[in-house]
Design a protein around this ligand. Structure first.
Ligand code: SF4
Length: 64
């Protein structure tokens, strides 16, 4: 768990299930290990404090 809250759409743990019609938000599953037992299905604007920034992950990959 992190100290900061973030949106699923920018989270490492979000797996997009479908890009719904323009009038609906994209929906996906949360794959964060501790949350997996809950089988969370979340929209792009959902979020929590287990958030891990995709930008940080990309930066770490580029640096290695
Ligand atoms: S519920 Fe939390 S951990 Fe899961 S994808 Fe959304 S922000 Fe990430």
């Amino acid at each position: 768990m992190n100290d900061h809250w973030g949106h699923c759409k920018n989270c490492k743990w979000w797996e997009v299930e479908s890009a719904e019609a323009a009038s609906h938000e994209p929906i996906g599953y949360c794959t964060e290990e501790d949350l997996q037992p809950f089988h969370l299905r979340v929209t792009s604007s959902s979020g929590c404090n287990c958030f891990v920034s995709l930008n940080d992950v990309e930066r770490e990959k580029a640096a290695s």
